[in-house]
Write a protein that binds this ligand. Structure first.
Ligand SMILES: Cc1cc2nc3c(=O)[nH]c(=O)nc-3n(C[C@H](O)[C@H](O)[C@H](O)COP(=O)(O)OP(=O)(O)OC[C@H]3O[C@@H](n4cnc5c(N)ncnc54)[C@H](O)[C@@H]3O)c2cc1C
Length: 462
């Protein structure tokens, strides 16, 4: 009965055609990009403006119904999975680039704009949106902000939060606030900084002003091939220790390389133990010297081969391999669990080795595909969920690997966020008092606790 009342109220607030409530419609919204958590919402709304988002949130809040913001649903931590039921707000209809200002190098966009579409829209001005998650062909700017996404080029250019200047936020009671400013150093509390990466727990972002980055004059891309996993890991730290900050420094290991080659034909040697995709960009005259230094470090670290992309097409193929890697692993097993840990770069080799030991102990294949330059580690555990007990084993294996990351001085999320997956691991990093401050902050934005409840913070604090 409550559900019927909710649906009727939403239909009158934003129009019946934008309120989905039949089981076959809701099924599309019961999962995100990970295979481990699923839950059906009671209703899904597709508002077409900030005012409609606010109206829908007001209806839900008045009835004490959970509100889950959803971009493309490519998140990997269960952030959009409505495990307490309630209303999913899809931002899919808010998908317009509103303005691009080449002089100030900014754009105003709606949250449902697909990441790559923004860079394509900015390309005629010689600009792009720098945060480039490997999901950039499908993930949205709103979702990138919700999860504070990283990406291959974030090593040099910074993660999403460094590229968001202002946002419009619909609060839990349906109120609308504007956070941040196009001007630098806005006075007052940095509430925008708090909201970016808050995984939909503080409100729904309905508009963003973002920074655009000038395209580099020149780019060089290399593939370094290794017969030894730890040597590849050590090469990553050697490059950074040398004072070079590549535009991107990505690593891939094991069977994943062959799977990528078979599916994308990117030019990766299928029998390599590990490959590094290294990109440098900047002024043409600087790059020749930097390329020589990188070649010397790769050779000294034991690379068996170093290939340079000779033209834009080859470069695009190398990147297609990296960005299509997750999908390509579907050739190895039907399901995966990406463990999103971070370690100090110097500890990469040992934690990589450990992740292989853990996977073997749990009887799972593992492939590492990750933004190695920033110490982000993504062991991809591969399995078949149809085998009984697999889900539990995948979760237990992931937990062991994340514990090792924390023990090595790292943390439990490099970019995918906490979501459902890691909410109960937060006490590994934060004291009860720390978590209490998080909960208090959340309550200021959302006293009734309706915005994406149960995500990000542990279920029991203290
Ligand atoms: C193949 C693949 C590769 C990936 N590569 C990367 C990578 O390189 N780097 C990386 O960081 N991630 C990566 N991811 C994870 C995911 O793509 C990112 O987290 C991305 O930012 C999510 O965007 P989305 O639009 O799909 O958001 P969703 O999954 O829909 O949402 C993500 C979170 O943000 C919240 N949210 C969404 N929209 C809003 C809004 N308008 N207001 C407030 N909160 C909101 C949601 O509630 C949720 O908690 C990858 C995923 C896949 C499947």
């Amino acid at each position: 009965m409550i559900r019927e009342t909710l649906i009727a109220a939403l239909q009158s607030a934003i129009g019946p055609e934008y309120v989905l409530h039949r089981p076959e419609e809701l099924m599309l919204y019961e999962y995100d990009g990970s295979a481990l958590d699923q839950a059906m919402p009671d209703v899904v709304v597709l508002p077409g403006s900030t005012a409609e988002v606010a109206a829908a949130v007001r209806v839900a809040a008045n009835m004490g119904v959970p509100v889950v913001a959803r971009g493309a649903g490519t998140g990997l931590a269960g952030g959009t999975v409505p495990d307490q039921g309630g209303m999913v707000i899809s931002l899919a209809r808010l998908n317009r680039v509103l303005t691009i200002d080449p002089d100030s190098r900014t754009a105003v966009v709606q949250p449902g704009v697909v990441n790559l579409d923004l860079s394509l829209a900015a390309a005629p001005y010689g600009l792009h949106f720098a945060p480039d998650p490997s999901s950039q062909r499908s993930s949205t700017i709103g979702g990138n902000a919700g999860s504070n996404a990283g990406g291959p080029h974030c090593l040099k250019y910074g993660v999403t939060t460094n590229h968001i200047l202002a946002a419009t936020l619909v609060l839990a009671d349906g109120g609308v606030v504007r956070l941040g400013s196009s001007a630098t150093d806005a006075p007052g509390y940095d509430l925008l900084g708090v909201v970016v990466g808050s995984e939909g727990t503080l409100g729904v972002i309905t508009e963003l002003t973002v920074r655009l980055t000038r395209n580099a004059e020149d780019v060089r891309t290399f593939l370094a091939v290794f017969d030894d996993l730890e040597a590849a890991g050590a090469c990553v730290s050697a490059i950074i220790a040398e004072g070079i900050i590549p535009a991107a420094l990505e690593m891939m290991s094991g069977e994943g390389i062959a799977a990528v080659e078979a599916s994308v034909h990117a030019g990766y040697p299928p029998d390599a133990r590990a490959v590094l995709l290294i990109e440098i960009d900047g002024l043409r005259e600087d790059l020749a010297d930097e390329a020589k230094r990188i070649a010397a470090i790769c050779t000294a670290s034991g690379a068996s081969d170093l290939r340079a992309a000779t033209d834009a097409a080859q470069r695009a193929r190398l990147w297609a391999g990296r960005k299509g890697a997750l999908a390509a692993c579907g050739r190895i097993a039907p399901h995966y669990h990406i463990v999103d840990g971070v370690v100090p770069r110097s500890r990469l080799p040992e934690v990589l080795r450990y992740s292989e030991e853990v996977a073997a102990r749990y009887g799972m294949k593992v492939v590492n595909i990750f933004h190695a330059g920033d110490g982000n580690l993504h062991p991809l555990l591969l399995f078949d969920l149809r085998v009984p007990g697999t889900r539990e084993r995948a979760i237990a294996a992931g937990e062991e690997i994340l514990k090792a990351c924390v023990a090595a001085g790292g943390t439990i999320s490099g970019e995918h966020g906490i979501g459902i997956e890691k909410r109960d691991y937060m006490p590994w990093l934060f004291s009860a008092q720390d978590l209490g401050v998080f909960a208090d902050l959340r309550a200021v934005f959302d006293p009734a606790g309706v915005m994406n409840p149960g995500k990000l913070l542990p279920r029991v604090i203290g």
